[in-house]
Design a protein around this ligand. Structure first.
Ligand code: TRP
Length: 358
């Protein structure tokens, strides 16, 4: 069986380091592993509109930003097809047929939908389009017969929903769609990088994100003012590394090479943590180390981003070509789906047969 990846992001803002360690870095690794026959990376503008219907300009502005972030991280358009969701109307058509396979109560039980409804104050009135986005996401995935979806932990309920739709579809209409698996980051710290303020999630509205496009001085000031362990008042005090975002970031970003280069007194993160927990290690020292590590990792990304910023017509072309290719693939799946559902009336003359059946 062909190994196929589909994944994507809503274009509602520039991508930040949480996106990077939670999914982008993994995508690049998978892309370069040579294990995948096809890779599709989607800018989910139609999904972004499900909760930004009144602000299409925001979504539009961020299409190029997200494309630049992808290219900056090392997504290679020669290996990965980058495309725009709304350019593929076949996805909407698939969604419409899948809607019949899902109950309202099943979507209501989806934990990601639940928490997003709360976050957006949609409790009193949920836009129908927003409510249905898990179904549209199943369409995105199945349209490409994706076997693997590299994504953050928050996407697990979406994947479960997609798998259910696949099983139900195949059960009713015959084996047609492919069941996808989620690929989570290997490193637990990468599952959900907290905000620089220690809040559970990085979010643009909380202003607690480090963006992939941030300049070095901005990154530094964000790191130096990061929330740490509030009980670690004096350097001598024993400190907590658990739930301390500075250490969570280190877990996500640093490797023994970084210690050799920037902090040769310690061999690895375990030694550094032990010292912090014992007492005698100051926050500023740890933050400076984190700053060195992150500057090193983010420099390449920022420079590559700047290079692509000088080549916007090429980025536009990558999106156009990618969308055309994706459209062909999705149209093919839609044809298979309609055939399985026997609603492919004009592909044959079966409507004319006496018993009206094949
Ligand atoms: N829900 C994803 C996000 O919020 C975007 C997305 C849309 C997606 N369709 C997808 C992710 C299909 C993985 C697979 O960023």
């Amino acid at each position: 069986m062909k190994q196929i990846i589909l994944t994507g992001d809503r274009p509602t803002g520039r991508l930040h380091v949480g996106h990077y360690v939670g999914s982008l870095k993994e995508r690049v690794r998978l892309q370069n592993s040579g294990k995948y026959d096809e890779i599709y990376i989607m800018i989910a503008d139609a999904q972004a509109l499900t909760d930004n219907a009144d602000n299409p300009e925001k979504v539009r502005q961020n299409i190029m930003q997200v494309a630049l972030d992808y290219l900056a991280c090392g997504i290679d358009p020669e290996k990965s097809c980058i495309f725009i969701q709304s350019a593929i109307p076949e996805l909407t058509e698939l969604t419409f047929y899948y809607m019949n396979l899902v109950t309202v109560s099943r979507v209501q039980r989806n934990p990601t939908v639940k928490s997003e409804i709360k976050q957006r104050n949609f409790e009193a009135s949920i836009p129908v389009g927003f409510f249905c986005y898990p179904i549209s996401q199943a369409a995105d995935i199945t349209a490409f017969h994706a076997t693997a979806v590299p994504a953050g932990e928050d996407q697990m309920p979406m994947l479960e929903q997609a798998r259910e739709i696949v099983r139900k579809f195949n059960d009713i209409y015959g084996e047609t769609l492919t069941e996808p698996d989620i690929i989570l980051p290997e490193n637990q710290a990468c599952f959900r990088l907290p905000g620089t303020d220690g809040k559970a999630k990085m979010s643009k509205s909380l202003g607690n994100c480090i963006y992939l496009s941030d300049e070095p001085d901005v990154i530094k000031s964000k790191i130096m003012s990061m929330y740490t362990d509030p009980t670690h008042i004096r350097k001598e005090d024993p400190g907590h590394t658990k739930g301390n975002p500075v250490f969570t970031y280190l877990e996500a970003f640093c490797n023994p090479e970084h210690f050799k280069e920037f902090m040769p007194d310690y061999k690895n993160l375990d030694e550094l943590k032990a010292h912090y927990e014992r007492g005698g290690l100051g926050d500023v020292t740890v933050k400076k180390f984190l700053n060195n590590v992150m500057q090193k990792e983010l420099e390449i990304i920022r420079e590559r981003r700047k290079m692509w910023e000088q080549r916007l017509p090429d980025v536009y072309d990558i999106l156009y070509q990618g969308s055309m290719k994706a459209k062909t693939v999705a149209a093919n799946t839609l044809e298979e789906v309609k055939h399985s559902m026997k609603i492919d009336y004009f592909e044959n003359k079966n409507l004319l047969s006496k018993e009206n059946e094949r």
